[in-house]
Ligand binder design. Structure first.
Ligand code: AMP
Ligand code: GLY
Length: 426
């Protein structure tokens, strides 16, 4: 079958790498892709939210399946565009409908969903300009720290953990009355702070059945020791030594089963990946958030451990036959370390020459491109996150060491990466 994959990051390079291993994958196209995805298919110069152009590209390239990497096109309704589009209805879309994507697109929607389906999550209330005074009162009587969340998508910046009531009141005021996060912050979820170990869990659902993918942990802070600003993710590891069978069963029974049943009960169209952000406190799992897609850089460790044919898996998803699938996982440990541009997540330069890629690719690591572009025979930086170097190992430490060794080959001006990915698992 012919496939169009949407997105341009390390997640999409990894998905392209995995899809192309399948004998079921004929022509692969990536929109817009990066210098890495171009090794596995044809990049199309179309943005992820240009639905009309994507539809045209599907028609002219006889696309059978559309796989959506990032959240923005999903929240903006790419699924619905194809489902209702002339000449597009036969294309299998991997990703939820706009309504189901509200699980990521609206924190209040996600919290109400969890509440309705009795899925464990932090206690919360939602507020707008209408009940602003009630919000102030709610903050004043709330324990500390208190968590404020802009309801809508805010490029990963919409969550504030406030250490005092004064700070929380000030931030609440900025969101509601001064549009701190624009429209995304016109509704605010105020919730209890959860303690524990954060991790990412991934489920592929066809709307009725589900399969479990390997778990992972990502490292969001830019600095070693988990300090500094939040980023898109500086590295990831899988599996997690503390995620034992007992904990996994709790996650399945209390979270995965009611989530998939909830989608069905609520009549939501969802054929795709569900990323469940979990907090584990003393062996008890709680949901921090849902994302309606795979994680980045988690994909760079999850997909290399997945032994199944991904195209077969996604065909079963589209046909609502995931009940016939058995997932097989490589027991080895996998780590990825993300090399970022100097200055990221603040301002950074683009267009810098990347040296040493061929040497890095000659190792046992897999070098996934995140923000790169090709110019003639050169590969240049083209984003904050530039490369994700993935390695296998007998344990996490060995996998991380292998990625660090491979990264010694790579240089671009300002290159930065964390040396302590997986530090909790020595
Ligand atoms: P989100 O934008 O929902 O991904 O949240 C960003 C990050 O904020 C999460 O990855 C957590 O590290 C943190 N966070 C969100 N909600 C809570 C909470 N209720 N308690 C503790 N940390 C939280
Ligand atoms: N790594 C976190 C995310 O993809 O949102």
């Amino acid at each position: 079958m012919n496939i169009l994959l949407i997105g341009s990051g390390g997640r999409e390079h990894t998905l392209a790498w995995k899809l192309k291993q399948s004998p079921l994958c004929d022509d692969l196209f990536i929109a817009p892709g990066n210098a890495g995805t171009a090794n596995f298919g044809t990049n199309l110069n179309i943005k992820t939210t240009e639905f009309e152009k994507l539809g045209q590209a599907c028609k002219s390239n006889n696309i059978d399946m559309l796989i959506v990497g990032p959240e923005e096109p999903l929240v903006k309704g790419i699924y619905d565009h194809f489902k209702n589009g002339e000449g597009l209805k036969h294309i299998k879309v991997i990703g939820p409908s706009a309504e189901a994507a509200q699980l990521e697109g609206s924190k209040a929607y996600a919290k109400a969903f969890m509440h309705r389906h009795k899925i464990p999550t932090a206690a919360y209330k939602e507020f707008t300009a209408e009940n602003y005074e009630d919000g102030l009162e709610y903050i004043r009587q709330h324990s500390l720290p208190v968590v404020l969340k802009a309801d809508g998508l805010a490029a990963g910046k919409g969550v504030l953990i406030c250490q005092s009531q004064l700070e929380a009141v000030a931030e609440f005021e900025l969101m509601i009355h001064r549009s701190k996060f624009g429209e995304a912050g016109s509704k605010v979820v105020i919730e209890e702070f959860l303690y524990g170990m954060e991790m990412s869990f991934f489920v592929l659902t066809d709307g009725k059945n589900y399969v479990l993918l390997p778990e992972a942990k990502d490292y969001k802070r830019v600095g070693e020791g988990d300090i500094g600003l939040n980023t898109g993710g500086m590295g990831a590891v899988s599996p997690l030594p503390f995620f034992d069978e007992e904990l996994k069963q709790k996650v399945v029974e209390r979270i995965v089963i009611p989530t998939v049943a909830g989608l069905d009960k609520d009549g939501l169209d969802y054929k795709g990946f569900v990323f469940i952000g979990l907090m584990i406190d003393k062996g008890e799992p709680m949901v921090i958030e849902y994302n309606c897609r795979m994680g980045d850089p988690e994909t760079e460790v999850v997909m290399p451990r997945l032994k199944n044919d991904l195209v077969e898996l996604l065909q079963a998803t589209a046909a609502q036959q995931l009940n016939n699938i058995t997932i097989e996982v490589d027991p080895q440990s996998v780590a990825t370390i993300v090399a970022v541009s100097g200055g990221y997540p603040g301002d950074y330069e683009k267009g810098l020459l990347i040296h040493g890629l061929a040497d890095a690719e000659a190792t046992d690591s897999i070098v996934f491109h995140s923000g790169t572009r090709r110019q003639d025979d050169k590969i240049l930086t083209n984003g904050g996150r530039v490369l994700a170097v993935t390695s296998f190992g007998s344990d996490i430490k060995n996998a991380v060491e292998a990625s660090k060794e491979t990264l010694m080959n790579i240089y671009f001006e300002g290159i930065n990466y964390r040396h302590d990915i997986g530090f909790e698992f020595p």
